[in-house]
Design a protein around this ligand. Structure first.
Ligand code: HEM
Length: 197
């Protein structure tokens, strides 16, 4: 169930979130309208529930799986094993990234100034604060890998894809999804960086 929650609504929400962030190329007003402004207070609440509740549930489930996983990469050096270890490594990276991201981009500005993060502030940070840029570049790389590769185990776990041939095809789909997510993420980061001069 927690893997289903990670795909719908969390995965879908993430694609939409990255898409909205690409509005950085359209300027501050467009980005703020798409990312941080909500037409109605209930819309803010609903969006937070759709994103944060599944995120918390998936994280709790994931941590319990992390504590029982036994990588055997030293003994068996094959690609599937490497992906298994990377899925767990990226989980830890994504957890750290999202902890920092939700606090700094969403909660901190709202708590300290009573309003969401303005475009000019996040763009300025992205351009002039190296650690912020590094965290976004690496954090979104982790998300792209974790989500794309997660689709593979999700499709197997739920019996959507079973034959050896179909699983091979799915690998290609996973690669395309990974590259698309990465292009959207790094595109948005570049859009903010460019606007932050
Ligand atoms: C391209 C890089 C990204 C940028 C510039 C960005 C920007 C933002 C901003 C400004 C907020 C605060 C929104 C508000 O105050 O209402 C936010 C919230 C959030 N972001 Fe991102 N984000 C990025 C990538 C990601 C990724 C890859 C994830 C992975 C799941 C993610 C997950 C979240 C979550 C869970 C929230 C809080 C939930 C919500 O707004 O309702 N973000 N993001």
């Amino acid at each position: 169930m927690a893997s289903l929650l990670a795909v719908v609504p969390l995965g879908v929400w993430t694609v939409n979130h990255l898409w909205n962030n690409l509005s950085a190329f359209k300027g501050g007003a467009a980005w703020q309208a798409d990312v941080t402004e909500y037409g109605h207070p209930l819309a803010f609440f609903a969006s937070s529930v759709v994103a944060l509740l599944p995120l918390v549930l998936h994280t709790v489930w994931g941590i319990s799986r992390l504590t029982t996983s036994k990588p055997n990469n030293v003994k068996y050096k094959n690609f599937t094993n490497l992906k298994y270890a990377l899925q767990r490594l990226s989980a830890i990276g994504v957890m750290l990234f999202l902890g920092a991201h939700i606090w700094l981009a969403m909660l901190h500005p709202r708590i300290t100034t009573g309003r969401p993060e303005p475009f000019a502030d996040i763009a300025h940070e992205m351009h002039h604060h190296g650690p912020t840029l590094a965290v976004y570049v690496l954090g979104t790389l982790g998300v792209a890998y974790h989500l794309a590769n997660g689709l593979h185990s999700f499709a197997m776990g739920w019996g959507i894809v079973t034959s050896r041939q179909a699983l091979k095809k799915l690998e290609g789909v996973v690669l395309v999804v990974f590259l698309l997510l990465l292009a959207m993420s790094w595109g948005a980061v570049y859009g903010l960086w460019e606007a932050g001069t």
